[in-house]
Design a protein around this ligand. Structure first.
Ligand SMILES: *Cc1c(COP(=O)(O)O)cnc(C)c1O
Ligand code: SF4
Length: 427
């Protein structure tokens, strides 16, 4: 390639609009990306994977470029975004769509009000990429063969209803703007959501949660209008005593490139506070060394590692979930390697709507059956919540028990009973 062509390519590659225009959403585009070497069997396997996935596919060329195609099956970046039919395991019998019961905790469409003083605003249902393990597979992204999505479109009228609820509910002081992803909002829409929230006097903290910095970092360095809108909101918030922060979603140290460094430096210099949330996934980051590198790299970029979540129960990703026991082990290995405030808290977002709990704080955990039972006194004091380890982490006998509805319901009620007895002992 001539030097000029190469420079033009580089220039295009660093342009977020070019990345978005060339995002890959279909297998034939993926085949074209791979070119002459495309393996027909693999492409068919991906088609089978997509047919069983609750999430549509969308990947930026930037992310495609991070994938090591010579190690496609094992690659930690690939695993997050491209399903392969032959790797999908049967789901755990306790898997339900919307396992966190978000829709049931929504007083108005697009706002989840589960905790006392904080709420989650779903600004849009689009993201720059779609992650296979997305909790919000009931609503985020395009329809798939399996799921027709509950839309959350980026419309002012929808936001107005949400803002009216927030204004009328001053107990809420903390709003997470998620979705969907604010990287898919136009600058004017980002400003509208930000200034709308800043106009509500009771709100003290606003966070924009985004996968964008991890999958489209050139947005920050090339879309000046969008970054300007974000910085404007951040400055306006600071001036009126409201903290605005930016919550990123990096899962693997290889997701941090020169593009990421340039974007994070720009945001840091312009005073945007950043924190990171990671999802713990088998074959991606279920290794203390990988997690240590991730934490160190994020800390160097002044992105504070905030949470590591165990994977929610989402269809088609059973092979990527990790046990509660493994999450506890990795947390133990991690704590102490760097500043405590840069050491993430490992959490389980409890199925059934108990909210996030420290992974170690179970009332009862049985490694044999893979059941962990949590209480959530600040959310629903009367209830107990269970998280279940993936079946493949259990003995064959325990797996057989789970596949028999009668035995499954017995081991579940036994675990609840033990947990109730144990937690009573403290009261
Ligand atoms: C995660 C979450 C929040 C924010 O919780 P933090 O623990 O403060 O990060 C708020 N509302 C809902 C529904 C959530 O899932
Ligand atoms: S970026 Fe976030 S909201 Fe979007 S698909 Fe991924 S996990 Fe879901």
């Amino acid at each position: 390639m001539s030097r000029i062509a190469h420079e033009m390519m580089r220039h295009e590659f660093a342009d977020a609009a070019w990345q978005e225009r060339h995002a890959v959403t279909r297998v034939d585009q993926l085949r074209a990306w791979v070119g002459g070497d495309a393996d027909g069997n693999l492409m068919r396997d991906i088609e089978l994977g997509l047919a069983r996935a609750p999430m549509a596919m969308r990947i930026t060329p930037y992310v495609l470029n991070l994938i090591d195609w010579s190690n496609f099956f094992q690659d930690p970046i690939r695993k997050q975004f491209i399903p392969i039919g032959s790797e999908i395991l049967p789901s755990h019998p306790l898997l339900r769509m919307d396992s966190l019961h978000e829709r049931e905790s929504s007083p108005v469409d697009g706002l989840v009000h589960r905790y006392h003083d904080k709420a989650l605003l779903l600004a849009t249902d689009r993201c720059p990429v779609y992650c296979r393990f997305c909790t919000r597979s009931y609503g985020v992204g395009l329809d798939t063969q399996l799921v027709s999505k509950k839309r959350a479109s980026p419309f002012q009228s929808r936001w107005n209803t949400i803002l009216a609820y927030l204004r009328a509910t001053p107990v809420i002081v903390d709003v997470v703007v998620s979705g969907g992803d604010c990287f898919r909002l136009k600058p004017s829409q980002l400003l509208a959501v930000g200034t709308g929230l800043l106009s509500i006097p009771s709100i003290r903290r606003i966070r924009f949660a985004t996968k964008g910095l991890a999958v489209l970092p050139m947005k920050v360095t090339s879309d000046h209008e969008w970054t300007g809108a974000l910085v404007n909101i951040s400055d306006a918030g600071r001036n009126q005593g409201v903290e605005i922060s930016f919550h990123t979603h990096f899962n693997h140290p290889r997701e941090i490139t020169d593009y990421t460094i340039a974007a994070a430096e720009l945001l840091f210099k312009r005073g945007v506070r950043m924190r990171n949330q990671t999802v713990l996934m088998a074959g991606v980051n279920d290794d203390p060394e990988v997690m240590k590198q991730l934490v160190k790299k994020l800390s160097d970029l002044h992105i504070q590692p905030y949470y590591v979540y165990t994977c929610d129960l989402v269809g088609g990703i059973e092979h990527m979930r990790c046990s509660v026991g493994l999450a506890c082990q990795i947390e133990k290995d991690l704590r102490g390697i760097t500043a405590g405030y840069n050491t993430p808290l490992f959490v389980v977002d409890t199925p059934g709507g108990g909210g996030k709990r420290d992974v170690h704080s179970f009332e009862h955990y049985d490694r044999q059956t893979g059941i962990a039972v949590y209480r959530a006194p600040s959310v629903r004091p009367e209830q107990l919540f269970t998280y279940v380890d993936p079946l493949q982490s259990l003995s064959l006998d325990a797996q057989a028990a789970w596949s028999d509805p009668q035995r499954a319901s017995r081991i579940l009620s036994d675990a609840i009973e033990v947990a109730r007895a144990k937690s009573m002992g403290f009261e």
